[in-house]
Design a protein around this ligand. Structure first.
Ligand code: CUA
Length: 175
């Protein structure tokens, strides 16, 4: 009698755990899908769901930034209050040399290269993308703490590669 009861109880627990595992798997799947469609998933070919003037399907002419926001690299706030930053990598520096961003705000960063392949790695974060001539790499991130972070080129790009270090300055905004 006891044994039958135990068996029954075990089966019940098994079902509960199976249910929890299913819910967790579903949750993960939906989260990944949602981040993919909302553009927070790093993308090398898209524009993070944003339209950029002069950029078509994430492609642009690296010899002519004039018609794109990359002509004036840096942070800007859109009419809807969202933040976008445009960064140009070229041998052997990033433009702007120091990207100033507000703390605690989602920022979509678009990176491209004016010449050869460069890396874009922000020290102390998991931000690590590639600056490709003719393409825009876009991702959205939120910097949680004020301070200065090093931006490092981690793709070999020539003689000045080892000195290709600039910064991101995360600032507290005045109210
Ligand atoms: Cu740019 Cu290495």
């Amino acid at each position: 009698m006891n044994q039958r009861l135990d068996h029954h109880t075990l089966e019940k627990y098994e079902n509960i755990w199976f249910g929890i595992a299913t819910v967790m798997a579903l949750f993960l799947f939906v989260t990944v899908l949602a981040s993919f469609f909302s553009g927070t998933y790093p993308s090398l070919t898209g524009e993070g769901g944003h339209h950029i003037t002069g950029v078509k399907n994430g492609r642009l002419n690296p010899k002519n930034f004039a018609a794109t926001p990359f002509a004036t690299p840096g942070l800007r706030q859109n009419a809807d209050g969202t933040y976008e930053a445009f960064v140009v990598a070229r041998a052997f520096q990033f433009e702007p040399a120091v990207l100033k961003v507000p703390v605690g705000k989602p920022i979509t960063i678009h990176v491209t290269s004016a010449d050869v392949l460069h890396g874009y790695f922000i020290e102390g974060t998991n931000i690590n993308t590639t600056a490709i001539p003719g393409q825009v790499s876009s991702f959205t991130t939120t910097f949680r703490r004020p301070g200065t972070l090093n931006v490092i080129c981690n793709e070999y790009c020539g003689t000045g590669h080892h000195n290709m270090i600039n910064g991101v300055k995360v600032e507290v905004q005045e109210p």
